[in-house]
Design a protein around this ligand. Structure first.
Ligand SMILES: *Cc1c(COP(=O)(O)O)cnc(C)c1O
Length: 430
C-alpha cells in the first residue's frame, strides 16, 4: 500500500528511535525496530490557518489528504469568574464539548472527537476496511459519531463494558457500520483493550492504535494550536487529566511544532501538569519515583479494585504510553513537567467550583484537571501572572442530554471476558 505522493511530500512519518521514514506503510502504528512512537514531520513549519470552522482549519498539521465532514473543534477562552476566584490573571480554558453559546460543538462531549476525524480519514486513505476501538465510552462515542455522520464503507467495531453501557449513546441514529460488543460486568477497561487487540489480529481488522496513532495525537494537538492562536503565544502551563497519556504527548508535540514556527513560543515550552485520579495513579507513582518504567506491583497494586473506585473512569488505563520513546515520560522531562494525584473529594469540589463560576457542566476527568490546578496554586508551583491553559477535556454532557434526543448504540454482542471465543463474533458483526 503506497500513499499518494503529494501527501508524502506534505508530511513524513518517522520512527523516533531509528528515524526510518515509514510514510508509505499505510496505517502504521510502529516501526519494526521496537518501543518508540512514530511522529509526523510536516514540511511546512509555519502554521497557516484554513477557512474551515471545524478542526480542519488546522489541516496543514494533520496527517490526512482529505477532510471528512465534521463540525466541532476545541474552543479557547479567557476565564473571568474562575480566574478571579483563583486570583489568576491569565487563565485560559480549552473547552472540549458541547456548549452552543460558546460555539463548542463537539457533540459527543469530549476531546476524543478531535481524534476521531483525522483517524477515520487516515484509515480510509490507508484502505482499512474495519477499525477496532476499545473504550469505556468517550472514544467509542466520538468514533461512532464520526462514522455515523459521514458516508463510507468503513466498519467500526467497538469493544466496551456492560458496566458503562449508559455511555454508548449518540446525538444521531448510529450507522449500521457501527457494531458494539460489550464485556460482562467484572471486566475493566484493560480487559476491553485485551479483547480488542485479539479481535484486531483477525484478517481484515485493524486496531485504531491509541496514543501510537499519529492521527489521534495530531488531532488532539489542535487544542494547543487553538490556544496559541487565541492567546497569541503558547501558555506557560498546560493542565490535563491523563489516562493513556495521548493528550499530554500531543500538547508537547504541538508545542514543538509551534516552536519551529518561531512566532508562538516566547520562552520555554509549556510545562505539562498531568493529573490522575486516586486510588489509581500509575504514571504519577512512576514519575514521582523518577522511573521511566511503570512497575505494576508498586505503581498500581490492586489495580482492579482501585479502578472500581474511580470517579473519573476514563483515567483507568493500565497500559499508558508512558515509557516508550516520545511518550509521557519524555514529554514531562522535556517540559520540566509535573504530575498530580487527585482524590475524588478534591475533584468533586473542583467540579462544583468550575460549574458554578463558568456556567457549564464538566465531566469527572476535567474536574480532576481542575483539582490539579488548585493543588498547583496551593503549592505555589505556578505564579499569579503566568499564562495557564486548563484543558477541560469533556463538558456539556448534561446540557446535551437536556437539549437533544440521544440514541443508544447496540449492543450487538455480549461476551464473558477478554478471552472469549472469537469464533462467530465476526460473522454476526461484519
Ligand atoms: C480520554 C480522556 C482523558 C484522558 O486523556 P488521555 O490523553 O488519553 O490520557 C481525559 N478526559 C477525558 C474526558 C477523556 O475522554
Amino acid at each position: 500500500m503506497t500513499m499518494n505522493s503529494s501527501v508524502s511530500r506534505r508530511y513524513k512519518i518517522i520512527c523516533l528511535s531509528c528515524h526510518s521514514d515509514i510514510s508509505d506503510y499505510g496505517y502504521a502504528l510502529q516501526c519494526k525496530c521496537g518501543n518508540a512512537l512514530l511522529r509526523t514531520i510536516y514540511k511546512d513549519k509555519r502554521l497557516k490557518i484554513g477557512p474551515e470552522a471545524s478542526m480542519w482549519k488546522f489541516a496543514q498539521w494533520l496527517p490526512t489528504k482529505a477532510k471528512l465532514k465534521t463540525s466541532g473543534r476545541s474552543i479557547t477562552y479567557k476565564s473571568v469568574e474562575l480566574a478571579r476566584e483563583l486570583r489568576l490573571q491569565e487563565l485560559f480554558i480549552s473547552f472540549n464539548g458541547y456548549w452552543p453559546e460558546m460555539n463548542a460543538m463537539l457533540e459527543t462531549c469530549s476531546f476524543k472527537e478531535l481524534e476521531s476525524p483525522p483517524t477515520i480519514q487516515r484509515a480510509l486513505e490507508s484502505d482499512v476496511k474495519a477499525l477496532v476501538v476499545s473504550s469505556v465510552g468517550n472514544t467509542a462515542r466520538a468514533f461512532a459519531h464520526t462514522v455515523s455522520t459521514t458516508s463510507s464503507d468503513l466498519k467500526l467495531l467497538l469493544v466496551g463494558l456492560e458496566s458503562s453501557f449508559g455511555k454508548f449513546w449518540l446525538p444521531e441514529q448510529p450507522s449500521d457500520n457501527v457494531k458494539l460488543i460489550l464485556l460482562e460486568k467484572g471486566n475493566d477497561y484493560s480487559d476491553a483493550i485485551t479483547f480488542g487487540n485479539r479481535l484486531a489480529s483477525l484478517p481484515g481488522l485493524v486496531n485504531e492504535g491509541g496514543a501510537k496513532n499519529v492521527a489521534r495525537r495530531d488531532g488532539m494537538g489542535t487544542v494547543m494550536l487553538d490556544a496559541a492562536l487565541t492567546i497569541g503565544r503558547t501558555p506557560d502551563h498546560y493542565f490535563q487529566a491523563v489516562g493513556s497519556g495521548t493528550g499530554g504527548i500531543a500538547a508537547w508535540e504541538a508545542a514543538l511544532r509551534l516552536k519551529s514556527d518561531g512566532r508562538f513560543v516566547k520562552g520555554p515550552l509549556p510545562k505539562l501538569h498531568l493529573a490522575q485520579n486516586l486510588p489509581f495513579a500509575p504514571m504519577y507513582n512512576a514519575w514521582k519515583a523518577k522511573r521511566r518504567f511503570i512497575n505494576p506491583s508498586v505503581d498500581m497494586p490492586n489495580a482492579k479494585k482501585s479502578i472500581d473506585k474511580l470517579y473519573a473512569d476514563v483515567l483507568s488505563n493500565r497500559t499508558p504510553t508512558y515509557s516508550a520513546k516520545g511518550g509521557v515520560f519524555d514529554a514531562l522531562n522535556s517540559t520540566h513537567g509535573e504530575m498530580y494525584a487527585v482524590t475524588t473529594a478534591e475533584a468533586a469540589h473542583a467540579a462544583r467550583l468550575f460549574e458554578s463560576l463558568e456556567g457549564i457542566d464538566i465531566v469527572p476527568a476535567a474536574a480532576v484537571a481542575t483539582a490539579s490546578l488548585l493543588q498547583a496554586i496551593d503549592d505555589s508551583t505556578i505564579g499569579q501572572k503566568d499564562v495557564i491553559l486548563l484543558n477541560i477535556t469533556g463538558g456539556g454532557l448534561q446540557r446535551m442530554r437536556r437539549d437533544r434526543t440521544c440514541f443508544n448504540m447496540g449492543p450487538h454482542r455480549r461476551l464473558e471476558g477478554p478471552d472469549s471465543d472469537l469464533e462467530g463474533v465476526l460473522e454476526t458483526l461484519v
